[in-house]
Design a protein around this ligand. Structure first.
Ligand SMILES: NC(=O)c1ccc[n+]([C@@H]2O[C@H](COP(=O)([O-])OP(=O)(O)OC[C@H]3O[C@@H](n4cnc5c(N)ncnc54)[C@H](OP(=O)(O)O)[C@@H]3O)[C@@H](O)[C@H]2O)c1
Length: 248
């Protein structure tokens, strides 16, 4: 008879230490999934989740070598088991003196770093874990942003273009991984109450949001969970807006 560890579903999640990633690890843990998390900092002891510490890896997604080493470690942790989901959530949105960096002023080295974390890391991880995802007939969720489809008051050009590229990559991946039985979708949050949000964003953004409020990290985690569940079994290549109607 198979024991629970053999049948437990497994998620690899980047950027789990706070914000949307933290709500996501809690949601999947509550549903009985094993969650292997990756971020630069050690396991956040102030907000733990079951079995979190031993399944946390420190990877710097801005460094391609750290990603390659991390993929090797992730494969070791999986130990031949199938992978059911990869959620590419980690992202950076640099500001200058708290303000927006536009296309005329963004230093090219920062632009490269943003693309490395927000765009190249997701495809590197997906390619590195493709066999395990295929074995699990799993699914990938890329976290994009409303800033990928319109000029944003706070998010800068490097961030916006990296998220637009990640949307396009999601479409390409849905085609390429779909033929392996691996679904690939994106979620595009609007203004969600987290550290990435500028302090004045709430006052500026809320009048533009039909629902008249910011979103919560739990609401985003619920949508990620839906896309990774069997209820979304035929959803492939979609980008789900989670923004209270801000895009309409
Ligand atoms: N909050 C919003 O309103 C909003 C809106 C649209 C889209 N999003 C997107 O949603 C995702 C999560 O956003 P959030 O607001 O939850 O962000 P957050 O609170 O700033 O958390 C970002 C996470 O990414 C990790 N991270 C950052 N740089 C990393 C690196 N080089 N290597 C590994 N991990 C790294 C951080 O952990 P460490 O510091 O430990 O590395 C942290 O866990 C991002 O992709 C963001 O672009 C957010």
């Amino acid at each position: 008879m198979a024991n629970a560890a053999d049948t437990q579903k497994i998620l690899v999640l980047t950027g789990a230490s706070r914000g949307i990633g933290h709500a996501t690890v809690k949601r999947f843990s509550e549903e009985g999934w094993r969650v292997i998390t990756c971020s630069r900092q050690p396991f956040p002891k102030n907000c733990p989740w079951p079995a979190g510490e031993e399944d946390h890896l420190q990877i710097d997604l801005s460094d391609p070598t750290s990603i390659e080493t991390g993929i090797g470690e992730l494969r070791q942790r999986l130990d031949g088991k199938p992978l059911h989901a990869l959620v590419n959530n980690a992202g950076i949105s640099p500001k200058r003196d708290g303000g927006r960096m536009d296309s005329t002023a963004t230093p090219i080295n920062i632009w490269h770093e943003v693309f490395q974390v927000n765009f190249f890391a997701p495809i590197m991880l997906a390619r590195g874990l493709a066999d395990a995802l295929k074995d699990g007939q799993g699914t990938i969720v890329n976290v994009t942003s409303i800033a990928g489809s319109r000029v944003h008051n706070f998010a800068g050009t490097a961030y916006a273009t990296s998220k637009a590229a990640l949307s396009a990559l999601t479409r390409e991946m849905a085609n390429d991984f779909g033929s392996m039985g691996v679904r690939v979708n994106a979620i595009a949050p609007g203004e969600i109450k987290t550290d990435i949000l500028s302090p004045s964003a709430e006052a500026v953004a809320v009048p533009d949001i039909p629902m008249g409020r910011l979103g919560t990290t739990e609401e985003v985690a619920d949508s990620i969970y839906f896309l990774c569940s069997d209820e979304a079994g035929y959803v492939n290549g979609a980008e789900l807006h989670i923004n209270g109607g801000q895009h309409v």
